[in-house]
Unconditional design. Structure first.
Length: 202
């Protein structure tokens, strides 16, 4: 009987070992759950990954973004800062911290993190577009246009950048350039730009 119980226990431990997820698998599961809106379950996956691998920057970054979506700004900042401490050249973490700072209305801080993002990865096209939006909000329309133009040079069919540059050009007094950008944005699939053409390009 004792041998049978021992065998059962060993089989159980063996099955647990087989089906136990690695930290990398847990983070992947966390991202998948996050993408489908299962934030509580996603947090549990990231928590477990960190417990197994306390220096895993990607797990802190992932958990931070889930906390941001749950409006836990303090927890999100703590996690993303930790990710950057562990991995100082972590491009995605700087970009995510910029998202967080922007949500906290820290525009200057967000721009600093986007500057760092682009220093580490000069072809991070979304960072140019995002920085352009923030510069525009701060009234720097020339800098805004330069960022959208750089994004378009990297990704020629970047519809959102054309659309955003169109609005920046309107504010800068370049109506013809704005209308050309709205038209190009529409051609690239950003159909709301056609409404701008009707309203602003008469």
């Amino acid at each position: 009987m004792k041998k049978k119980n021992l065998l059962i226990a060993l089989l159980f431990l063996f099955s647990v070992a087989i089906y136990a997820q690695t930290p990398e698998e847990l983070v992947l599961s966390g991202h998948n759950l996050d993408s489908t809106g299962n934030y509580d379950l996603a947090l549990k996956k990231f928590d477990k990954a960190i417990k197994l691998k306390p220096d895993y920057a990607e797990a802190y970054n992932g958990r931070g973004m889930v906390k941001l979506k749950q409006q836990d700004h303090e927890g999100a900042m703590k996690d993303i800062n930790r990710a950057i401490e562990l991995k100082p050249a972590y491009v995605e973490a700087y970009y995510n911290r910029a998202i967080l700072k922007n949500e906290l209305e820290d525009s200057r801080g967000a721009i600093q993190d986007l500057d760092k993002t682009l220093e580490l990865d000069p072809n991070y096209v979304q960072a140019y577009n995002f920085r352009g939006l923030i510069r525009g909000r701060l009234g720097d329309h020339l800098g805004e246009i330069q960022d959208y133009t750089k994004a378009i040079s990297i990704k020629p069919n970047y519809a959102e950048a054309y659309h955003n540059r169109g609005h920046a050009r309107l504010l800068s007094g370049d109506k013809n350039g704005a209308c050309l950008d709205f038209s190009k944005a529409g051609e690239c699939g950003y159909f709301k730009s056609y409404d701008d053409i009707k309203e602003k390009c008469k």
